[in-house]
Design a protein around this ligand. Structure first.
Ligand SMILES: Nc1ncnc2c1ncn2[C@@H]1O[C@H](COP(=O)(O)OP(=O)(O)OP(=O)(O)O)[C@@H](O)[C@H]1O
Length: 205
């Protein structure tokens, strides 16, 4: 499974953000999204995930092949760590392998109610969801927020070995280097021109 994007234009809140965006990510590859705050990284990931429609252009991958991960982790606070992982496995028709507890350093926390986890522990559980549901296309929005250095390294190793190394691909917005041998896409080059918003501006003049 590869991800191909052609001539994509996207908007947020009715305002065009990016236009004329084309790229391809092949199996085993990651693409790092670059751009300052507000450049459109989150907006792009949400469109790729099928959570919002593009203004125009083509995305060659089905939303069913993708998993989007942001700070909203979908964790159920009253369930334990293991119960959360089982819940996701059941939801996606996957078997739950205990190795995911080691991949995301959750073994010692496996019986803890998820609502009692620290921010970083909770983030590790949210990322472990990706290991359980096994989607080939990962769309990751600042996945390392709240993680300490050891956890960042552990997550990068999981991405390299268990996901990319097994033919998965990833598009990642991150301000933290993950040490992946991955090309970077500077979204600044695709900023929607002010002309695109002229119509809506004119309405307020
Ligand atoms: N709900 C919204 N309604 C209207 N505009 C929005 C909304 N959310 C974001 N925007 C605007 O859309 C543009 C793109 O935002 P986006 O969140 O995609 O940027 P980003 O590159 O992910 O930024 P950051 O690095 O801060 O996370 C910004 O100008 C932002 O202010």
């Amino acid at each position: 499974m590869s991800l191909r994007v052609e001539g994509l234009s996207i908007a947020r809140g009715g305002v065009p953000v990016l236009e004329g965006l084309s790229f391809a990510v092949e199996p085993g590859q990651a693409l790092i999204l670059r751009g300052p705050n507000g450049a459109g990284k989150t907006t792009l990931l949400r469109v790729l995930a099928g959570l919002a429609p593009p203004l125009s252009g083509r995305i060659d991958a089905t939303p069913e092949s993708a998993a989007y991960a942001s700070h909203a982790d979908g964790i159920k606070a009253t369930l334990s760590v293991t119960e959360n992982l089982r819940f996701w496995a059941d939801l996606y028709g996957r078997s739950f392998g205990a190795e995911v507890l080691d991949d995301f350093d959750l073994r010692a926390l496996r019986d803890r109610p998820a609502g009692t986890l620290s921010a970083g522990q909770s983030r590790r559980l949210g990322l472990a969801r990706l290991g359980v549901i096994g989607r080939p296309v990962l769309l990751l929005d600042e996945p390392t927020v709240s993680l300490d250095a050891a956890s960042v390294a552990r997550f990068a190793a999981w991405l390299r070995e268990r996901h990319l190394g097994q033919g998965g691909l990833a598009v990642i917005a991150t301000h933290v280097p993950l040490g992946l041998d991955a090309p970077e896409l500077d979204l600044g080059r695709f900023r929607a021109s002010p002309r695109s918003t002229q119509g809506s501006d004119a309405a307020f003049l």
